[in-house]
Design a protein around this ligand. Structure first.
Ligand code: RRO
Length: 300
């Protein structure tokens, strides 16, 4: 069965998208992911000024996922615009993930990265002072940032939400009211780990964000709740590692999925997910759009 789809104003050959933060800092690596079968790619989050990020260790592998505290390392939009041009040679939509401390900074970065097929507003990094979820837990700020970027660019604007809130629907609604074309749910969960030999926190930044299979049930719950509340599409992200995870996320209400941590295990994951969904649809005699929100049917 065909797996082409529309996601947040973009036409995709398949619903498996590279998530922000993984292999997204150079045009060459984004092109490589496109060549491995991703339906679209999202860049590393880019800001106004270059940033080195948090001190090492900045990533820990756990049994069921990872904790990272990269700290928004990026070369700034001034350096990255060239990489974006190279990424576009991959012939799949390229979504620029952007961050800022204010609506003005978001607008400056969006303007500085012309040519992106869409913009994903990162208002959800869990460990960045003045950025990310410090902005994205305030519905008033989320609405005003979304509106400002929406008024600046002609291409779709997606807003990536944090799960580290009491009610994610409130933030999703703020993005929708600001004019977002889609929400992306979810960024990483605030987390930490301690080395019991030394007794110190492991990460240089102490706190980080948990990703990978461990967070999939949280992400599925967030997508499910948002689907009941929002009118705009939802892109599901969080622990999607194979086609079955993608089908589950779509049944919760996602029109497409982003894949991040699973790329560390297997760069061929995008093609495998697309193929697995297609085979599943054949077996069930369903179309891709039939999956989206299927779990919301009233129980008989
Ligand atoms: O760079 C990071 O540390 C980072 C970002 Br921007 C983000 O959005 N989420 C995350 O877990 N890490």
């Amino acid at each position: 069965m065909k797996v082409e789809c529309e996601a947040g104003g973009l036409k995709l050959a398949n619903p498996a998208i590279l998530a922000a933060g993984i292999m997204g800092t150079t045009g060459a690596s984004l092109k490589r992911i496109a060549s491995m079968g991703a339906g679209a790619v999202v860049t590393k989050s880019i800001g106004v000024e270059p940033k080195y990020g948090h001190p090492n260790p900045s990533m820990i592998a756990l049994e069921n996922g990872y904790i990272n505290a990269m700290g928004l390392p990026n070369p700034s939009y001034k350096e990255f615009s060239q990489e974006l041009k190279i990424a576009k040679e991959g012939n799949v939509p390229v979504i620029a993930s952007i961050f800022g401390a204010s609506a003005d900074e978001f607008v400056q970065v969006a303007r500085g990265l012309p040519g992106a097929d869409a913009y994903e507003l990162n208002v959800s990094c869990p460990h960045a002072t003045g950025y990310g979820m410090q902005v994205g837990t305030d519905p008033v700020l989320v609405k005003s940032i979304t509106k400002a970027v929406k008024e600046t660019v002609r291409t779709p604007v997606w807003v990536k939400l944090t799960p580290n809130v009491t009610d994610i629907r409130e933030i999703g609604l703020a993005a929708q009211e600001g004019g977002a074309d889609a929400v992306v749910a979810v960024n990483t969960l605030k987390a930490m780990a301690i080395d019991i030999d030394s007794g110190y926190p492991i990460l240089g930044n102490v706190h980080g964000g948990l990703s990978g299979p461990a967070i999939k049930p949280v992400a599925v719950r967030c997508v499910y709740d948002l689907y009941d509340t929002l009118e705009i599409p939802i892109i599901g992200v969080g622990g999607v590692s194979n086609w079955a995870d993608a089908v589950e996320m779509m049944m919760a209400g996602a029109c497409a999925v982003e894949i991040g941590s699973a790329v560390y295990e297997d760069i061929a994951v995008f093609a495998a997910v697309a193929m697995g969904i297609s085979d599943y649809l054949d077996r069930k005699n369903m179309q891709l759009k039939d999956l989206v929100g299927l779990a919301h049917r009233v129980r008989q």
